[in-house]
Structure formats: structure tokens, C-alpha cells
Design a protein around this ligand. Structure first.
Ligand code: MGD
Ligand code: MGD
Ligand code: SF4
Ligand code: MO
Length: 758
């Protein structure tokens, strides 16, 4: 693959310096201190947790220490690339790339309308500023449809949360007397600050109880007081039985329910006669254990619960999200310490409003938070429907690896009139694109995420650039600015009045921005205009932070009291300016919002929480159908995509990053291994309806009979290796998905195993 060599910009003057950054491998984004070194000062030589980071406070897990494998990947792209008619890639200059891409995209827009231009991605675990800049490109092109990984995990949760609660919630695990993890393994996947410390405290304290619902005896399950080892894919019956028992035994917190909710009668009617014992048995859980679990939750002084991929990427996922919320709302576990809270976002990652009037153009799919279900994207391209997507921009994502049925996604990309991928590495997705644009790594620019879910003190961390990008590589802010200028959508005339104002200070700039941008048809291009005008006035290497001026403004308008408690008060322009400057001046992050539990209810935008969702109460009836036998051809249930000690989606592609030798293997229980006649280290053939691969097995006591598990993010191409492990989505099907929001059933794929005889 032609990756054009260029001398990387040298960083020798910072050699040996310790500075602040953050980990980019999961949504916790733990603050790190890093020592810069190597022959050119561009290596991350040593990394350790940053005690000055207000959320992570020095915590980091094992994955953070070897981030140099990301920074110095051998499949880095160092020049714009264009696919040749022969199918390989040739380097081209930026001006030519911008001109050709602008011409091809505007041509599609002019012929078929902007709605035919699809946008995928916008950020991963460490980088959300690209998505903010991309809004300008999308608006200039009139693009209407987009998606990202949230639409294969969180849209079901978002849809029911929006309708029941009205705002995004998280659990206060640090203070919960009883904590539950439902299809979630925080020992490895984290997702809340200093997860392992919190788990250890929960496990050690006899006055607290940890409940884990997982078919696998995961690391977290092994620490739990109660492990509900469900049959894979049967959580809906378990959760329905829990709600049934709460309703039938009078475990409802009447004071809370009467004061804060509506719809109880409909819930009582639906669950009053539910066969609790039979449903628990269907999930493989005996009645005594179920009763004990519900009694513990009902008696808890506080209860917090986290649902994740084990149920969100599984059968009945949206119904499970609903039943899960009923468990904690019926027992009054909301809006108090140790229960569930509503964080103050700097910029909301997802809008929870369900707008059922807007559907996807070809298949008529429900859009939650404006996102097209990931499982539907290929189907919206591979058709002759006039409304199909004809062009796609993919940014900071690897959907040809991460979405169900990879081969169909690859086919869909080749079906488009034009496709553009913006990435740091020559990924599986980049290999399908017409154009590939090389982005600066997350250490070569100012970068941040909007994963700000702390409470009561909420933290934002703008990471400062550690070194400039190599020649030939650009930041996404620069890439989007270049594309918009090549399209003729923006130019010096748009920037001039703002450049002057920027030189005069934040308040004059804010005033000029309102007048010359927000009050004009170019408002949608605000991010890039800010980058071009405010960006140059920011400290060296911080220009990409310009878009945060708008985010600070929006937060000052939306949550003035929370910002004021963190010291950012006064009229919105004043508070926003102070916050923006404080963000720039806080290399380890800062507390930008301070909340009170009393305020939680006030920000829901509704007077009562809704317990009764009629469509999901109807869906409950489908659980009555008798269990179908497993198809003889596929006797196993495969969970495709487990998080392990050294997996991080496809962010680090170099397999030598991985510490342990069996991180890539398929896990299989001892009983099944014996029946098959295989030992750890042997290879087996793993087959599903979609594909068949050869994979190494590791025998693991974690697995129950009939359940097998593949790690996530493996099987990527990398120079000098044959690809280690298996790409899970070569085995999954886009058709296996939730009926309401289209989320995939990656965690329960029917499969079979065959021993490979020598
Ligand atoms: N190390 C590491 N950490 C990560 C990531 C990473 O790639 N690597 N990715 C981050 C991202 S993007 C996300 S979304 C989160 C995901 O975090 P998690 O959801 O915790 O991750 P998984 O391991 O995919 O799935 C969790 C558990 O679901 C269980 N499970 C499988 N089938 C079922 C079932 O039928 N019922 C139930 N109840 N459980 C089941 C699995 O055994 C597994 O233990 O992790 C984040 N953290
Ligand atoms: N079968 C199965 N499939 C799954 C899952 C599963 O459990 N099972 N998990 C799903 C989940 S929860 C998630 S979140 C998704 C994740 O899948 P994706 O959203 O596709 O994300 P990543 O694999 O993290 O890919 C991130 C991309 O960003 C690139 N990148 C890194 N830094 C930068 C940068 O600074 N700029 C740019 N432009 N690019 C950069 C990386 O090279 C990589 O190509 O996978 C999903 N797919
Ligand atoms: S992988 Fe997650 S928990 Fe581990 S150091 Fe990185 S951000 Fe923190
Ligand atoms: Mo995710």
C-alpha cells in the first residue's frame, strides 16, 4: 500500500519533557502524563496517570502505557490518496485532492440532491472535534443523513430514555449501596471513572452488594455478590421477571412513584399476572436467586445500574432497555446520591428527542438522534431506489470492519458514485474509498471528546498538541476548511469581518459572530468560520479548539446555574468567554459544571417520568411464545466482539501492542472443548450463516456450555503480519437486529464449530 514517506516534523526541543495528555482508547479518556523522547522527540516514551486530571485523578489501566503503538503505526497515511482504475492508490497533492473531491461531491449534490450524500463517523473514543467541523461540510453539501457507532449500541437506550425520562442518565456507582452491571464488564471496558477501584470497593464492603448479569463469568462477575448467569440472549425474560416480582410483591416505592411518575396502572396491568418463575427459568435463573436479587434491590438505600453491549447488541435490546429502566424507576432509584443522575453536557453527544416524522429515505428506518441504524446503511445503498445514498464521507471510523456483514458494507462502498475516508491509517474502510485523506493523530493536534458524564462535578479536557503533524498530513479542521473553500462555500469575504473582531477580544468576537454568521444563511458553517478566524489567534497548536467557543456558548445558555457554580457566571457571552479561556489554560482538564442532586428533576423538561410505553408493553407479549430449538446447523451462541485487556476497537492496529498471547483467541468452555476434542491453542473452523473462518481457541472456565466468545477489534490488516485474530463482522448478519431501532444482535450469533483435523 503506498504510504508516502515524509520527514516528520521534528520535536527535538521537547525531548525528555513530561507533559499532559489523555488516553484515547476508551470513553473514560483518563488524563495521562507523557514523557516525549525517541530520536526525534515524537515518541511517547513513558506514560502514567495524571493526578491533576479532575475526573481520573491519576487512574489509568494497562492499555494506556503503550500508546506509542498508535502514534507510530506502520500503516499511517502521509499523503492524500486517490484510487486508480487498476484499484490501487496513488498519492496526490492537497490542492488537487480538495478540488477533485469538491467537484465530485457537488456534482452528486447537484444531480441527486444533498440528501444522497451520507456521512459516517465523526469521532471515536478520544476525538470528537472532527465531527463538529464536519457539520459545516455536511451543511454546505445539504447532506441530511448520517450515522456512527452509537446507532449500533445506544439508540435503543436513547429512544426509551427520551420517552421515559427526557434526558440522558448515568449511574452513581461510587456511592451506590447496590450496583448492577447488565451485559457490562467494567473490569475491562471501564466506561466510568476509576472503574476498577470502584468495583473493588463494592466487592470488599459487606454493606454493599454487586449484581452482575452475564452469561459469562467475566472478571466483574467473578467479583460480584450475585452473578445471574443468564442463558445468552434471554435477558428480556429475566428483566420481565424482575419487574413482575417488583409489581407482584409490592416492592414498588409508592412515595417516589406517586410523586414523580405516571403510567403505573398500565405497568401493573401488564406485569401483575406475569409468570415470574417460568420467565426466570427461561433465562436459566432459579426462582430463589431471582427473588433474592429483587429483594436486595428493593431494600437498597440506593441502587445504580449500567446496561451495555451484552444486552444492547442482543435480542430484544430495546425492550430490555425499557424493562431495565422500570426496575430502577419503580424502586425509586433516581435523582438521589448513589442512584441515577442527568449530567450537564458541554455539548450533547446525542439528541434524545424521538422524531418519528423523519425516516431514512430508502428503507423508512426510524432515526434516533438523527442517526440511521448502522445495520441499514448498506441496504440504503445497494438498491436502485431513487432516494439511495450515492456518496459517502467516512471520518474517524472503520465501518467496513465495525458494522455487521462487512462484505456487504464493502460492496456498498464500491457501489457509490464517490467515497472519501478521513483517517490516520490505511484501514479496511480506507481500502474501499475513492479518496483517502490523511489526518493528524490525536497527539498532533488539539483534541477532546464530549464524553463528559461526571456528576456532581463535570469535567472537560482539551488536550494540547504534543507535536505538529508530519508534512502532508492535516488536522480535520484544516481538511474541512479546505473542502469548503474548494467548493466555493467559504472564502476571505466571509472571514474578514471576524478576523478583525477576533483581534479585539472574546466579547467583540462573540458579537461579530452573531451578526455576521449566526444571523446569516452561513450559520451552518460556523465551525469552520470559527476555525479560520478565531483559530489563528489561539496559542500555537490550539487552533482546532476554536469550535469549542460555540460549545461553551451553548452550554452557558443551556446550563447557566451549573456553570456558575463552577465559577463561570454572568451573562452568557461573559460566562462562555471565561469558560473558553479556562479550557485553553487547563492542560489536565477542568471542572466546567457543578450540579446539585435537587436540580436533576428540574432539567428533565417534564413534570413526570413515564412508566408506560405502550409499544413496548405490547412487545412484552412476544415473550410468551415458546422457546424455539436451536437450529441443528448452529448449536452454539457466539458473542462476537468481547472487550478484553488489550482490545480497543480498531484504534491500535499494530498487533504487537497486545501484551497477552491469547487475547485474540475464541473462548470456549471446558465441556464443549472436550466434546469437540480441542485444547487451548488449537485451531477450529467457526461458521455462521454469513461466513466461515479458522480461529485459535482458548479454553476458559468463564464460558457456559454452548456459549463462545470472540474478542472485538481484531483481524485488521497490518504491514508485516497476516492479520492476528478474526474480524467479528465477517460472521455477523445485518438482518439480525432489533425491530424498533435496528441495533444488531452481535452478542448472540448462531454458530457452529468444527475441529480441524491435521
Ligand atoms: N478494553 C476495552 N475497553 C473498552 C472498549 C474496547 O474496545 N476495549 N470499547 C469501549 C466501547 S466502544 C464500549 S461500547 C464499551 C462496551 O463495554 P461492554 O459492554 O462492557 O463490553 P463487551 O465485552 O462487548 O460486553 C459486555 C459483556 O456482555 C456479555 N454478554 C454477552 N452476551 C450476553 C447476554 O446474552 N446477556 C448479558 N447480560 N450479557 C451478555 C459478555 O460476556 C461481556 O462480558 O467498552 C468501552 N471500553
Ligand atoms: N461484532 C461487533 N461489532 C462491533 C462491536 C462489537 O462488540 N461486536 N462494537 C461496536 C462498538 S460499541 C463500537 S463503538 C464500534 C467502533 O467502531 P468504529 O466506530 O468504526 O471505530 P474504531 O474501530 O474505533 O475506529 C476508529 C478509526 O479512527 C481512526 N482514527 C484514530 N485517530 C484518528 C484521528 O485523530 N483522526 C481520524 N480522522 N481518524 C482517527 C482509526 O485509525 C480507526 O480507523 O464497533 C462496533 N462494532
Ligand atoms: S483504556 Fe480507558 S480506562 Fe484504560 S487508561 Fe485508557 S481511558 Fe483510562
Ligand atoms: Mo462503543
Amino acid at each position: 500500500m503506498p504510504v508516502v514517506a515524509a520527514a516528520p516534523a521534528c520535536n527535538r526541543d521537547r525531548m525528555g519533557e513530561w507533559t499532559s495528555t489523555a488516553c484515547i482508547l476508551c470513553e473514560c479518556n483518563c488524563g495521562l502524563e507523557v514523557e516525549l523522547g525517541g530520536e526525534d522527540g515524537r515518541h511517547l516514551v513513558r506514560l502514567r496517570g495524571d493526578k491533576a486530571h479532575p475526573a481520573s485523578r491519576g487512574y489509568a489501566c494497562e492499555k494506556a502505557h503503550r500508546l506509542d503503538h498508535y502514534q507510530h503505526a506502520r500503516d499511517r497515511i502521509l499523503s492524500p490518496l486517490r484510487r486508480t482504475p487498476a484499484g490501487d492508490y496513488e498519492p496526490i497533492g492537497w490542492e488537487q485532492a480538495n478540488a477533485e473531491i469538491a467537484a465530485r461531491l457537488t456534482d452528486v449534490r447537484d444531480r441527486f440532491g444533498g440528501a444522497s450524500i451520507f456521512y459516517y463517523g465523526g469521532g471515536g473514543q478520544g476525538n470528537h472535534l472532527p465531527g463538529a467541523y464536519a457539520t459545516a461540510t455536511r451543511r454546505a453539501l445539504g447532506s441530511r443523513y448520517r450515522s456512527n457507532a452509537l446507532a449500533q449500541e445506544k439508540t435503543g437506550e436513547a429512544w426509551v430514555t427520551g420517552r421515559m425520562i427526557g434526558a440522558y442518565t448515568r449511574g452513581d456507582f461510587e456511592h451506590a449501596q447496590v450496583a448492577m452491571f447488565l451485559g457490562k464488564n467494567p473490569w475491562h471496558s471501564h466506561s466510568f471513572p476509576h472503574a476498577r477501584t470502584t468495583l473493588k470497593h463494592l466487592a470488599r464492603d459487606p454493606a454493599r452488594t454487586m449484581i452482575v448479569v452475564d452469561p459469562r463469568r467475566s472478571e466483574t462477575a467473578a467479583m460480584a455478590d450475585i452473578h445471574l448467569q443468564v442463558r445468552p440472549g434471554t435477558d428480556a425474560w429475566l428483566l420481565a421477571a424482575m419487574v413482575g416480582r417488583i409489581v407482584q410483591t409490592g416492592a414498588i416505592d409508592r412515595a417516589f412513584v406517586d410523586a414523580h411518575t405516571q403510567g403505573l396502572a398500565a405497568v401493573q396491568a401488564a406485569f401483575g399476572e406475569l409468570p415470574v418463575v417460568a420467565y426466570a427459568a427461561r433465562a436459566g435463573i432459579d426462582e430463589a436467586l431471582l427473588s433474592r436479587t429483587v429483594d436486595v434491590i428493593a431494600a437498597a438505600s440506593s441502587f445504580a445500574s449500567y446496561e451495555d453491549l451484552g444486552v444492547q447488541m442482543n435480542r430484544h435490546s430495546t425492550l430490555v432497555s425499557y424493562l431495565h429502566r422500570l426496575v430502577w424507576l419503580l424502586t425509586g432509584n433516581f435523582g438521589r446520591p448513589g442512584t441515577h443522575f442527568v449530567p450537564t453536557p458541554l455539548s450533547p453527544l446525542m439528541v434524545l428527542k424521538a422524531d418519528d416524522t423523519k425516516r431514512s429515505p430508502v428503507l423508512g428506518e426510524r432515526l434516533v438522534g438523527g442517526l440511521v441504524p448502522c445495520n441499514a446503511i448498506a441496504g440504503e445503498i445497494l438498491t436502485d431506489h431513487p432516494g439511495r445514498y450515492r456518496a459517502m464521507i467516512v471520518e474517524a471510523a472503520n465501518p467496513a470492519h465495525s458494522l455487521a456483514e462487512s462484505h456487504r458494507f464493502r460492496e456498498a462502498m464500491r457501489h457509490l458514485d464517490v467515497s472519501v475516508v478521513i483517517d490516520v491509517a490505511m484501514t479496511e474502510t480506507a481500502r474501499q474509498a475513492d479518496f483517502v485523506l490523511p489526518a493528524a493523530t490525536q497527539f498532533e493536534k488539539a483534541e477532546a471528546t464530549f464524553f463528559n458524564f461526571d456528576f456532581p462535578d463535570n469535567v472537560f479536557h482539551l488536550r494540547q498538541r504534543l507535536f505538529p503533524p508530519p508534512a502532508g498530513v492535516r488536522t480535520e479542521a484544516e481538511i474541512h476548511a479546505g473542502l469548503l473553500e474548494a467548493m466555493g462555500a467559504l472564502g476571505e469575504a466571509d472571514y474578514a469581518p471576524l478576523r478583525e473582531a477576533a483581534a479585539q477580544g472574546r466579547l467583540p468576537y462573540a458579537a461579530a459572530f452573531m451578526q455576521h454568521v449566526l444571523a446569516t444563511p452561513k450559520a451552518g458553517l460556523a465551525a469552520v468560520i470559527a476555525y479560520r478566524t478565531l483559530g489563528p489567534t489561539l496559542p500555537v497548536g490550539m487552533a482546532e479548539a476554536a469550535v469549542l467557543f460555540g460549545a461553551a456558548f451553548a452550554a452557558a445558555m443551556a446550563s447557566p446555574a451549573s456553570l456558575a457554580r463552577a465559577g463561570f457566571d454572568g451573562p452568557a457571552p461573559v460566562a462562555a468567554s471565561a469558560l473558553f479561556d479556562a479550557i485553553l489554560a487547563a492542560p489536565s482538564g477542568l471542572v466546567f459544571a457543578r450540579d446539585t442532586w435537587e436540580e436533576t428533576f428540574a432539567r428533565l423538561g417534564r413534570s413526570r417520568l413515564e412508566l408506560a410505553l405502550p409499544d413496548l408493553l405490547d412487545e412484552l407479549d412476544t415473550l410468551r411464545a415458546p422457546a424455539a430449538d436451536r437450529p441443528a446447523a448452529f448449536p452454539f451462541v457466539l458473542s462476537a466482539g468481547e472487550r478484553r485487556s488489550f482490545t480497543a476497537n480498531t484504534i491500535v492496529r499494530d498487533p504487537s501492542w497486545r501484551g497477552r498471547a491469547d487475547e485474540h483467541a475464541l473462548r470456549l468452555g471446558p465441556v464443549d472443548a472436550q466434546a469437540l476434542g480441542v485444547a487451548s491453542g488449537d485451531s477450529v473452523r467457526l461458521t455462521t450463516a454469513q461466513g466461515s473462518v479458522v480461529v485459535e481457541v482458548a479454553i476458559s472456565e468463564m464460558m457456559q456450555p454452548g456459549h463462545i466468545s470472540l474478542p472485538n477489534g481484531l483481524g485488521v490488516s497490518y504491514p508485516g503480519t497476516d492479520g492476528v485474530g478474526v474480524a467479528p463482522n465477517e460472521l455477523t448478519s445485518a438482518a439480525d437486529r432489533d425491530r424498533f431501532v435496528g441495533t444488531p444482535w452481535h452478542k448472540s450469533v448462531p454458530a457452529r464449530l468444527e475441529r480441524i483435523t491435521a
